[in-house]
Design a protein around this ligand. Structure first.
Ligand code: DX5
Ligand code: ZN
Length: 231
């Protein structure tokens, strides 16, 4: 699969979301828009909820990748599918019944994805991977944009890529947090294929050019990486 770049609107201007979505859309633009939903309980920050996702879905042709940093995703995640999200990510640490929830998200017509905070290992979830369309490895503690990338997450990305290969899965492997021109190649080399970038895209003078440039870097590194050459 080609690498994908998902700008995070957390670093965009919330008063101009439609324009900010437009600024990264187009043929070589964002593959998905990453929408960070925070409830001030699961993480110490509060962002947006279902009504804004609904409006944004109507305002842009770019599919929405909703990252739910909320408690009780078992209750709330299905509403984000109904609001128009094409992919919904819940946190492993917050879900009471991740298999049931992933099946419900898929049954409602979206891609189902699960996220792991930095201290959560992948190994206990090996048998669940076939239930998912994407696994998100957080490369910062969730809650805020603009934090420094945690290099100590690279081994977990590598081990997850090995599990995906071992089981022959089509699972996408997303990284989120501190992804930039300085760090994206390390993520690609370790096995990530979907890259969330907030400040590296919306903090740039030309966000569309930042998307193209990050994609070129990730694609070049992937092409020369052992995990991708195996296939
Ligand atoms: C952080 C969010 C990220 C955030 C990334 O909890 O999940 O999606 O927007 O922002 P940067 O790319 O600036 O680290
Ligand atoms: Zn996110």
């Amino acid at each position: 699969m080609a690498v994908q770049i998902n700008p995070s609107i957390l670093s965009a201007d919330f008063a101009r979301l439609a324009e900010e979505a437009e600024s990264v859309s187009g043929p070589e633009g964002a593959d998905w828009l990453h929408v960070d939903v925070m409830d001030n309980h699961f993480v110490p920050n509060l962002t947006l909820g279902v009504p804004i996702v609904e409006s944004l879905a109507r305002a842009t042709d770019t599919p929405l990748d909703c990252h739910l940093m909320i408690e009780d995703p078992d209750r709330w995640a299905p509403q984000y599918v109904e609001a128009g999200a094409g992919s919904v990510t819940f946190h492993a640490e917050a879900a009471a019944a991740p298999v049931r929830l992933a099946r419900e998200i898929r049954a409602k017509g979206a891609r189902a994805s699960m996220a792991l905070k930095p201290a959560t290992p992948i190994e206990p979830y090996e048998d669940l991977l076939p239930e998912l369309d994407m696994l998100l490895i957080m490369t910062v503690e969730p809650g805020f944009g603009g934090q420094a990338f945690l290099d100590i997450m690279l081994p977990k990305i590598r081990r997850t890529r090995e599990l995906i290969s071992k089981h022959g899965l089509q699972l996408w492997l997303q990284v989120d947090g501190g992804v930039s021109a300085d760090t994206i190649e390390r993520c690609a080399e370790a096995g990530a294929d979907v890259f969330v970038a907030g400040s590296a895209v919306y903090g740039a003078t030309d966000p569309a050019e930042a998307v193209r440039s990050l994609r070129a870097q990730a694609a070049a590194k992937t092409a020369s990486s052992a995990w991708a050459c195996d296939h």
